[in-house]
Write a protein that binds this ligand. Structure first.
Ligand SMILES: [Zn+2]
Length: 96
């Protein structure tokens, strides 16, 4: 289980959703930065982004693209990344 190294609270989906940088989250409890391991996090982010872009291009031009494709794909991508962090496949740096 991945937790914040400062306050030990669980990393929430909101901290993944709210970050502009997938390798640097912000704890929703204590507001401390949570650093993600560059190797596992970088690989996961790249694969997820590549898949998302592929899906977005496949559906490009459909009606209501923003709501029917962009938002669901974006949320799914964030959720997959969150699950990878939660399960520990993507590691959190604990000693900063
Ligand atoms: Zn915290």
């Amino acid at each position: 289980m991945s937790v914040c190294s400062h306050c030990n609270s669980k990393i929430s989906f909101m901290s993944v959703l709210n970050t502009p940088n997938p390798l640097r989250l912000k704890c929703t409890s204590c507001k401390s930065p949570i650093y993600i391991d560059k190797l596992s996090g970088g690989i996961a982010a790249l694969i997820i982004i590549a898949l998302s872009v592929f899906i977005l291009f496949s559906f490009y031009g459909v009606d209501n693209f923003f709501f029917t494709v962009l938002i669901p794909v974006g949320l799914t991508a964030e959720f997959i990344y969150f699950m990878l962090i939660k399960t520990g496949l993507v590691k959190v740096k604990n000693n900063i």
